[in-house]
Write a protein that binds this ligand. Structure first.
Ligand code: DGL
Length: 268
């Protein structure tokens, strides 16, 4: 059995899920966390469903071996493809980012005209469309994949002219009053909030699912009596390749210094 002082396992295809860790630390400061970033196999966005399910199973098995009491799938693409499989296979709660993001979008939208941007895999899966219309059947969802945003963020080109040009191209279908709310359906996009906000217009609300996912994690832990009782939270960061790069770039996503990153190789 896993006790309530066991860590929460969080995973992503790489560094981006640290934006979710940042919110978990802010909202649930007593919870310990083991984070796995699959830097050897990033990006997940262009890959097929079966591959992403296999990668996610590898990581969930690794996290369970670390004794985690719950698993947060911080990656939108992994949530879109692998959440039902992980929920069926794992004996701990598994929380994804899409339902919480959809809920936040429906709550924020004035009249149900909601846009969603994400990786090709996330958009192709239509997971956000389904989650949003399940909550609000009258909503109209406009979705677009923005694959170039991920490498721009990885390069640190957050507020730069090339990023603005790419944003104008991708966000054109959402302009001219088409939507009132836009879901940033990818771990990396919250770091482009300034450019996306300027391109799309100040009257469109931007939804970052990290906050809502952390709140949902807190709710699940409370409901299941799994809240940590101590106040000595510990954090472990694990990457499947190039821990030095993870250390160098990770703090941009985490918003705090990172001291150590372990290297663990999984699968192939
Ligand atoms: N973590 C992925 C997501 O949120 C973005 C990066 C990737 O393509 O692996 O969809």
């Amino acid at each position: 059995m896993t006790g309530s002082n066991a860590p929460i396992g969080v995973f992503d295809s790489g560094l981006g899920g640290l934006t979710v860790v940042r919110e978990l630390i802010r909202q649930l400061p007593n919870e310990s966390i083991v984070y796995f970033g699959d830097t050897a196999r990033v990006p997940y966005g262009p890959k097929g469903e079966e591959t992403i399910i296999r990668y996610s199973q590898d990581i969930a098995t690794f996290l369970r071996k670390q004794g985690v009491k719950a698993i947060v799938v911080a990656c939108n693409t992994a949530t879109a493809h692998a959440l039902p499989t992980l929920r069926a296979e794992q004996d701990v709660p598994v929380i994804g980012v899409i339902e919480p993001g959809a809920r936040a979008a429906v709550a924020a939208s004035r009249d149900g005209r909601i846009g969603v941007i994400g990786t090709r895999g996330t958009i192709r899966s239509r997971a956000y469309d389904k989650a949003i219309t399940a909550l609000e059947p009258g909503a109209t969802v406009t979705a677009a994949a923005c694959p170039l945003f991920v490498p721009l963020v990885e390069e640190g080109w957050l507020d730069s002219e090339p990023t603005r040009i790419v944003a104008r191209g991708y966000l054109e279908p959402f302009t001219h009053g088409k939507i009132d709310t836009l879901v940033l359906g990818c771990t990396h996009y919250p770091l482009l909030k300034t450019v996306i906000g300027e391109t799309i217009g100040r009257d469109v609300r931007l939804i970052d699912s990290a906050q809502e996912t952390a709140a949902e994690t807190g709710r699940v832990l409370r409901e299941q009596g799994l809240q940590a009782t101590g106040s000595d939270a510990r954090y472990r960061f694990v990457a499947s390749d190039d821990p030095e790069q993870f250390l160098a770039v990770g703090q941009r996503f985490l918003g705090a210094p990172l001291e150590r990153v372990e290297l663990v190789t999984l699968g192939v």
